[in-house]
Design a protein around this ligand. Structure first.
Ligand code: ADP
Ligand code: MG
Length: 255
């Protein structure tokens, strides 16, 4: 089998007394879309935050493109050993709250990291940013400030901003949960397009339609562990575990 794009093995994470991830194993192949479902507090965000080292795990291993991201080459132990540069250049993340810089224009939001982190020239960063904003349907918004945009437009800027770093993997943490219902579709359409272009994606979502249509795998988490995983049609239509059945019943309003 080909080397996994992202591989978690026995990942544990605790906050003080609270063990939030209790040994998570997950393999994500290149180009795969993995949708992660589960009740609030089950550790979904923490899992994504471990993959981009916002929260380094206590134990276990996380590989991105075969590289153990918790152990930087030649570096010591502890914080210095996290392979942050490697991760920053490969793993992009989009959050529920768009986290755009309010005093920067759309174009400045998208060009900032490529200029500061990748050292791109203004011209090069702007050319790339304009192409990305065009791709997410915002070519008329370059000079606007975020507050002038709808939530759906702001979230699409946030996606363009993450893509500007040319990531190999994208993490989405409930990116449509803060949006008015009529704005959800435009963001899901952007994600659907990204998936069809072959982006590897880990998507925490409550959008069952998206999970079913776009997901290659669905992972159901509860209490810091993966309870069940498999093809969307299997997990969503024919769950095997009681906890999965109960959660889906609540989410889909059938129980
Ligand atoms: P989910 O995204 O599935 O709702 P989270 O990963 O956000 O779950 O949180 C899992 C648990 O970890 C929750 O009980 C949450 O309160 C706790 N938690 C998350 N982040 C922190 C933190 N930085 N410090 C302390 N506890 C945290
Ligand atoms: Mg969360």
């Amino acid at each position: 089998m080909a080397e996994a794009m992202v591989k978690l093995e026995g990942v544990h994470k605790r906050f003080g007394q609270l063990e939030v991830l209790k040994g998570v194993d997950l393999h994500v192949q290149k180009g795969e879309v993995v949708c992660i479902l589960g009740p609030s507090g089950s550790g979904k965000s923490t899992l994504l935050r471990c993959v981009n080292l916002l929260e380094p795990p206590e134990s276990g291993e996380i590989f991105v493109e075969g590289q153990d991201i918790c152990k930087g080459p030649g570096s010591g132990t502890g914080e210095q050993s996290w392979n942050l540069d490697f991760v920053r250049q490969r793993v992009g993340m989009v959050f529920q709250q768009f986290n755009l810089f309010p005093h920067k224009t759309v174009l400045e939001n998208v060009t900032l990291a490529p200029r500061q982190v990748l050292g791109k020239s203004r011209a090069e960063a702007e050319e790339k940013a304009k192409a990305l904003l065009d791709r997410v349907g915002l070519s008329d918004k370059f000079d606007q400030y975020p507050e002038r945009l709808s939530g759906g437009q702001q979230q699409r800027v946030a996606i363009a901003r993450a893509l500007a770093m040319e990531p190999h993997v994208m993490l989405f943490d409930e990116v449509t949960s803060a949006l008015d219902p009529e704005l959800v579709k435009e963001v899901l359409d952007t994600m659907r397009e990204l998936a069809s272009e072959g982006m590897t994606m880990l998507v925490v979502t409550h959008e069952m339609g998206f999970a079913k249509e776009v997901g290659d795998q669905v992972v159901f988490m509860d209490g810091g562990v993966i309870v069940e995983q498999g093809k969307p049609a299997d997990v969503l239509d024919n769950p095997q575990q009681e906890r999965t059945k109960k959660f889906l019943g609540l989410v889909l309003g059938t129980s």
